[in-house]
Design a protein around this ligand. Structure first.
Ligand SMILES: NC(=O)C1=CN([C@@H]2O[C@H](COP(=O)(O)OP(=O)(O)OC[C@H]3O[C@@H](n4cnc5c(N)ncnc54)[C@H](OP(=O)(O)O)[C@@H]3O)[C@@H](O)[C@H]2O)C=CC1
Ligand SMILES: Cc1cn([C@H]2C[C@H](O)[C@@H](COP(=O)(O)OP(=O)(O)O[C@H]3O[C@@H](C)C(=O)[C@@H](O)[C@H]3O)O2)c(=O)[nH]c1=O
Length: 282
């Protein structure tokens, strides 16, 4: 039976993978949080892999606080770059395939058509730059890896825009939402299902890929759809000058052709996938 380590298991994507993993009886899963396995400690990571013969590592760990990263630069690079380097070197040494996630924020948003994997990266903020450095370590140290750049992940789990909007609406707050970014919301369960299917297929089409739901939206469009599906009467206002500490790309829609052609796994439109999430909510 193939052994799979899922790191960052207490986070949003890690928990989605855990929920879906019972459908994949052909794998033996181990889930670790930062308390069980701190990826910033090379010696610890190296010993852990030597003592377990993992075939795959799905790395869901990351420093994802985009605003805070601007003042906690060191921590962002430690987790998003140095810890990833530790993992890449260790996976390589132990012949373990690494599945890793990166972000649309590696791009500067100056394009007006979806970004391909070949497009030049030029992050505008610390989070994006630290994630890009993590990607580069993997490409430098490994052959057997999959990097999936994704965007605007949401689910009913953890801290994300979907949960923020639902909480604010429930509290009766008026929402002021930016129209100055265009991207694609991605249901974290879809991404979780996608990587589990990829693993089950035994694909060896290693490399860097883009994966998000289909279509495009502003954060305002996304909030409007969340409110509509919640039957909420909360007031929603467009804001084209929402102030943030970190600069974000104005346009970060990802072109998914490479992943679609390589793996043949259908990808839902973001509106359809959002509806699907609502249907499963209590
Ligand atoms: N969320 C989003 O909108 C997007 C996310 N991504 C990428 O997708 C991936 C998953 O994101 P998501 O699930 O939302 O992220 P979360 O922030 O929900 O989860 C990240 C997890 O990483 C863990 N972690 C942090 N530091 C360490 C460490 N030193 N060692 C081990 N684990 C650690 C945290 O665990 P603990 O709490 O135990 O410290 C946390 O549970 C990440 O690579 C992210 O960059 C890409 C695009 C969009
Ligand atoms: C809460 C809130 C945010 N915004 C704006 C701020 C920002 O431009 C945008 C999204 O805000 P958030 O802080 O929720 O999202 P942000 O942290 O930018 O989300 C990003 O997270 C990282 C991890 C990624 O990798 C990206 O793909 C992306 O998902 O919406 C409003 O306009 N009004 C609001 O009330």
């Amino acid at each position: 039976m193939k052994k799979v380590l899922v790191t960052g298991a207490s986070g949003q994507l890690g928990q989605c993978i855990r929920k879906l993993s019972s459908r994949y009886q052909e794998f033996e899963f181990t889930f670790t949080t930062s308390e069980d396995l701190d990826l910033t400690l090379f010696g610890v990571v190296s010993a852990y892999f030597r003592n377990n013969n993992f075939d795959y590592c799905i790395n869901c760990s990351a420093y994802t606080k985009v605003e805070q990263a601007e003042s906690e630069q060191e921590m962002a690079y430690l987790v998003n770059a140095e810890a990833v380097k530790n993992l890449a070197e260790t996976c390589c040494e132990n012949e373990c395939t690494l599945i890793h996630f990166s972000t649309d924020y590696v791009f500067d948003g100056k394009k007006e058509i979806p970004y391909t994997e070949e497009d030049e990266t030029a992050p505008l903020n610390v989070y994006g730059a630290s994630k890009l450095m993590g990607e580069e370590y993997i490409r430098k140290h490994m052959d057997r890896y999959f990097i999936f750049r994704t965007s605007w992940l949401y689910s009913d789990i953890g801290h994300n825009f979907f949960n923020t909007i639902r909480k604010k609406a429930a509290a009766g707050e008026t929402l002021n939402i930016t129209t100055s970014q265009k991207g694609t919301p991605t249901n974290a369960y879809d991404l979780a299902g996608f990587v589990l299917e990829l693993m089950a297929s035994g694909s060896q089409k290693y490399g860097t890929y883009h994966y998000s739901n289909q279509g495009e939206a502003t954060w305002y469009d996304f909030a409007a759809e969340i409110l509509a599906l919640s039957d909420s009467r909360t007031e929603l206002k467009e804001n084209n000058d929402f102030q943030t500490i970190a600069t974000r790309p104005a346009y970060s829609v990802l072109n998914k052709k490479r992943a679609e052609e390589a793996f043949g796994i259908p990808i839902l439109h973001w509106r359809e996938s959002l509806e699907k999430l609502f249907l499963g909510l209590d």
